[in-house]
Design a protein around this ligand. Structure first.
Ligand code: NAP
Length: 233
């Protein structure tokens, strides 16, 4: 990888919003290390072929597997990143309630969406530059205050938990100069967002990157949507 360019580590970039983030940072002149799960070919490999030039490194990690997170941390020792962004996440059946969700499914969503992104941050934060940015992909559905209509009960709870854990991380690192960003990308047409979502990836992600860029160098935790507006906790 060329030196002298800012570098992002984007976790969960095989498709959807994470792939969009990788493409957007590359188009803005960044170097990108981005991750997929497993060994199959993904959209990220297509992107690497398209951009060429050695500016995109592809790594492998399942964030819900602590030994894989530790192994990736080991492989990236000695690297530094201006941005660490954990995008990986899953959704369950939005109609499932706490009345009927299986315990295993509840645990799967919580571990993937709340515990695992924070474990990645705990493992990789020392690779992020002192004035760098650490971000997670949350959701507007993670807002407790805005939950007027219900639905998506378990997913909402997982993103609310992620938000709270990020705030706790910020409280524990209150002397840290890094921006700690919780991003709500809008409802976007991806495998998760579905075909009826309001936004295309290219209507959300460039604005998300604008928001992250505008927050760079501003210490502390913020919960922001893709338009740069504060989301109610
Ligand atoms: P998506 O198309 O389903 O993509 C999810 C991405 O996360 C994939 O790259 C997937 O990898 C990765 N991932 C899932 N579990 C993982 C794990 N255990 N370890 C590593 N990677 C994992 O979803 P998306 O719409 O792009 O969503 C991306 C993020 O935005 C998620 O956190 C989601 O909750 C959030 N979000 C999305 C919307 C929306 O409307 N689309 C709205 C609000 C928030 P694989 O390809 O290997 O499965």
């Amino acid at each position: 990888m060329a030196s002298g360019r800012p570098t992002a580590l984007i976790v969960g970039a095989s498709r959807g919003l994470g792939l969009g983030l990788a493409a957007e940072y590359l188009s803005r002149g960044w170097d990108v290390v981005a991750t997929v799960r497993g060994s199959g070919r993904t959209g990220l490999h297509d992107l690497q072929e398209k951009v060429g030039g050695g500016h995109l490194d592809i790594e492998t990690v399942d964030i819900a597997e602590p030994e894989q997170v530790a192994a990736l941390r080991q492989r990236l020792s000695g690297r530094t990143f201006d941005l660490l962004f954990v995008n990986a996440g899953i959704a369950n059946d939005p109609d499932e309630t706490v009345g009927n969700v299986a315990t295993d499914e509840f645990v799967r969503v919580m571990v993937t969406n709340a515990l695992s992104p924070m474990r990645v941050i705990e493992a990789f934060d020392d690779l992020v530059t002192p004035a760098g940015t650490i971000g997670v992909m949350s959701s507007g559905l993670g807002s407790v205050a805005d939950n007027e209509h219900g639905g998506w009960e378990v997913y909402r709870a997982s993103k609310a938990a992620l938000n709270t854990l990020m705030r706790s991380y910020g409280a524990r690192h209150r002397k840290d100069a890094r921006a700690l960003l919780i991003i709500a990308p809008g409802w976007v047409r991806t495998d998760m967002g579905g075909p009826h979502a309001m936004l295309e990836i290219n209507e959300s992600i460039p604005r998300v990157v604008d928001v992250i860029t505008a927050q760079s160098g501003k210490p502390g935790v913020r919960y922001l949507n893709y338009q740069g507006q504060t989301v109610r906790w």
